[in-house]
Design a protein around this ligand. Sequence first.
Ligand SMILES: [Zn+2]
Length: 407
Amino acid sequence: MRDETAFADLFADLRSLATYGGETGGGVSRTAFSKSFNEAQVWLAVRMTEAGLQVHIDAAGNLIGRYGPPGPAIICASHIDSVPHGGRFDGALGVLSGLAAFRALKTEGHSFARALEIIAFADEEGEYFSLFGSRAMLGLVHAQEVAAACGTRGIFMADAMREGGLDAAKISAARRPASDFHAYLELHIEQGPVLEERGFDLGIVENIVGIETLEVTFNGRPDHSGTTPMRKRKDAMRAAVAYCQRCYDEADKDEALRLNFDDWSMTPQALNVVAERVRFRQEIRHPDAAALTEFVVTAERIAAEAAQNSNATAQLRVLARDEPAILDASMRALLRHSAAARGVRFLDMPSGAGHDAQLFASICPTGMLFVPSIDGRSHCPEEMSSPEAIRTAVTVLCDALRALTSE
Ligand SMILES: [Zn+2]
């Protein structure tokens, strides 16, 4: 992609999309199926149509623009929903880069032997349902799950979808057969500091972490906190704190492992009563399926020991598991070749964040490009990538799409 107009159009598109849900300070709040999200989809549908794509929105709210002959397509996708108070580049850059690459290919007179689809998946960020649009497209979501899904602000997903003209009960209509997909390519910001710190222009993703989500509960006994000696207590909080500390200690031994905790609750809420019950969620991420499983086994042992030391009991419940994805060797080779041919300094690297690409990895050859994030910031208004880094990545994306749609 050498055409300056193509890049100027891309940067103008990025600025335009950022006005939907745009906030003072440069960030955006464009959560899935919100008013600003619906309006952004209308804007993007027009931009796609102007570029020459055949556009429709499926039953899950995925915006799909297609060009080329019938048959399995090359998918170039990401998402345009954001987290609350997020940045302008997460997801948006991938979709708009795909559109820019398509416009550039058309301008140069490229002949599409294979169809190209630019897709903006709905609710990648999980306002209601993490990776919702891609799950629905691959038949991994059921209407009952959508009916039960409720957002963080108490809005039911089905109600939010209805605002956008979608019927949650008809979600199965979004499902497409694997034979629709010849290959999948996603450009995304890195959302971490590695590329910048190590001086690389581009990341080529080798694998995407698996994520296991646990609900952890410690049960003790409510007693007077002043009169009950420390060692005689059945203290759920003491067990919970010991458990978390030991999990962190274990995590420090493995560079690839990531831990986080949220959604803490304890009963009773009283300083003069020993905690009877403490409950929280725990997220464990690892690029290796066996290592992920092994850590969960370790967590169960640690929980039992922490409970025993505090005369409490422990219960671990698996809430969800997304398997790690290894990205296709031939797609990685194509991206490396495209990058090397342009003299781009690239790094083969894992993705610590989940992406729609991870679901396609088991369906068709899948590849991912990472654009360096300034200061590694993401999911915040400061999220930024340099124009030079964007140009480099979109050029490589365009070269790869040209090759993929020529076969
Ligand atoms: Zn994203």
